[in-house]
Design a protein around this ligand. Structure first.
Ligand SMILES: [Zn+2]
Length: 192
């Protein structure tokens, strides 16, 4: 899921579009693959896995979205157990994974989890792990634009629910899941 150095996010011009639901941002001459099934607009990022150097601090938007939607391991890309429960490993925020926790982290398989807590810059400083009975697509993390000017409100990624009016002015960079039926686990206590 990490981005490679040859995979650059592009910043195409954004334009104002109108549809049955009102106004929203879009790209000029926008092909269907710029939007997801909920109609959210996605950042454009070139696809060149294996080219250049892996950048573990950067996430490739398309691979993150695919892994989160299809519950693929975020490291090796292989399917995780069908029907769950799924292992999620999140950056330590000083408490266990909560019911309804929002995350951009897809699930991870046990061998990859042990590797990622050693190598992933976000997890190396501390992590929390949980077995999750149910994960639901909630929204996106993205750049919210001002409806009046189409300028980004700021450079940060904000979490925006699919049912929020702000989704119409957001360029999505990550899919956000909510986690349910969470049971905390220790990675070293899990069978390999
Ligand atoms: Zn894996």
């Amino acid at each position: 899921m990490a981005a490679w150095s040859e995979e650059r996010a592009r910043r195409p011009l954004v334009v104002r579009r109108a549809d049955a639901g009102g106004e929203r941002i879009g790209y000029p001459g926008e092909p269907a693959y710029d939007r997801d099934g909920h109609g959210a607009l996605w950042v454009r990022q070139s696809f060149a896995p294996g080219r250049g150097r892996p950048q573990f601090q950067n996430v490739h938007a398309l691979r993150q979205r695919r892994a989160a939607r299809r519950m693929l391991c975020q490291v090796c890309g292989r399917p995780t157990p069908r029907g769950g429960p799924w292992l999620f490993v999140l950056r330590d925020v000083g408490r266990p994974v909560e019911e309804g926790e929002r995350t951009t982290a897809p699930p991870v398989c046990v061998p990859c989890a042990r590797v990622s807590v050693r190598h992933c810059p976000r997890l190396r400083e501390g992590h929390v792990a949980a077995m999750v009975g149910r994960a639901e697509v909630w929204g996106v993390a993205g750049v919210v634009h001002r409806p009046a000017t189409l300028e980004p409100a700021d450079g940060a990624l904000h979490v925006v629910a699919y049912d929020s009016p702000a989704i119409r002015w957001t360029v999505a960079h990550r899919l956000v899941l909510t986690l349910h039926d969470c049971a905390p686990v220790r990675l070293d206590a899990l069978p390999a």
